[in-house]
Design a binder for this molecule. Structure first.
Ligand SMILES: [Zn+2]
Length: 237
């Protein structure tokens, strides 16, 4: 298995290429390209949150707890939070991720379980789409793609090292499921909820030309219903 440094080095290189390609071929602004490259580099450690060693988990939680509030800045602005409220919200998210999520991961994950799988990479990308809400759908997709690229670079390296050391057969990291019904259900449930969330997003669906489809209408109605039923009736977007 590739170690922490190898993963970070490889995903950072992928990130540099990804950011540069986005800038040159995709007309992404320099700041977006640099940010996406950085996200890709950091995402290279995400799958190892299930690691038995505490370093990857600790580092990932530290970075995620700082990064998530930054990605959510547009949400904060849209919700009309004052600067002080934004600082408070960021602090709360930091504590929830650093301690709440950390404790959950320590208790419930198995190393190289479903965190090392293709649906998990898709979950990471969809999570970025859910966290970001700026006006430009292309930039959101670009950042989500960056996180997926970093995530996949990790799975790819693990697979490569597994093949070299002859241990690739023990649960390939490029898998779609494993022999654990509960882990599979939980993974695909997360994937389903996040995919429905993205399908309900009018800005995204407009960008990919799916705004008039039944899937979008169904997802939108579902979340509208949930919002009016449980969220106090405020419909966003
Ligand atoms: Zn790994």
């Amino acid at each position: 298995m590739a170690n922490f440094q190898t993963h970070i080095t490889f995903s950072s290189l992928v990130g540099v290429g990804y950011g540069a390609a986005g800038h040159v071929y995709g007309n992404m602004p320099p700041t977006t390209s640099v940010l996406a490259g950085g996200l890709c580099g950091l995402a290279g450690m995400l799958p190892d949150v299930d690691s038995d060693s505490s370093v990857p988990l600790r580092e990932t939680l530290a970075i995620a707890s700082a990064l998530v509030p930054m990605l959510m800045m547009d949400h904060f602005v849209r919700w009309g939070l004052t600067h002080e409220a934004m600082v408070l919200a960021a602090a709360c998210i930091y504590i929830i991720i650093r301690f709440g999520l950390g404790e959950m991961l320590r208790r419930y994950t198995v190393h190289r379980g479903m965190w090392h799988s293709l649906p998990a990479a898709a979950i990471a990308g969809l999570l970025v789409l859910a966290l970001t809400s700026e006006e430009d759908a292309a930039r959101r997709l670009f950042k989500a793609g960056a996180v997926m690229a970093g995530y996949l670079s990790h799975l790819f390296l693990d697979q490569l090292y597994g093949l070299r050391t002859g241990r690739g057969a023990i649960g390939s990291p490029l898998k779609l499921w494993r022999n654990d019904a509960w882990a599979n259900t939980s993974t695909y449930l997360k994937l389903g909820v996040l995919a429905a969330w993205a399908a309900a997003d009018p800005q995204l669906m407009d960008y990919v030309g799916l705004q008039d489809t039944a899937v979008h209408a169904l997802a939108r109605d579902l979340f509208d219903y949930l919002r009016t039923r449980y969220g106090g009736g405020t419909v966003v977007g």
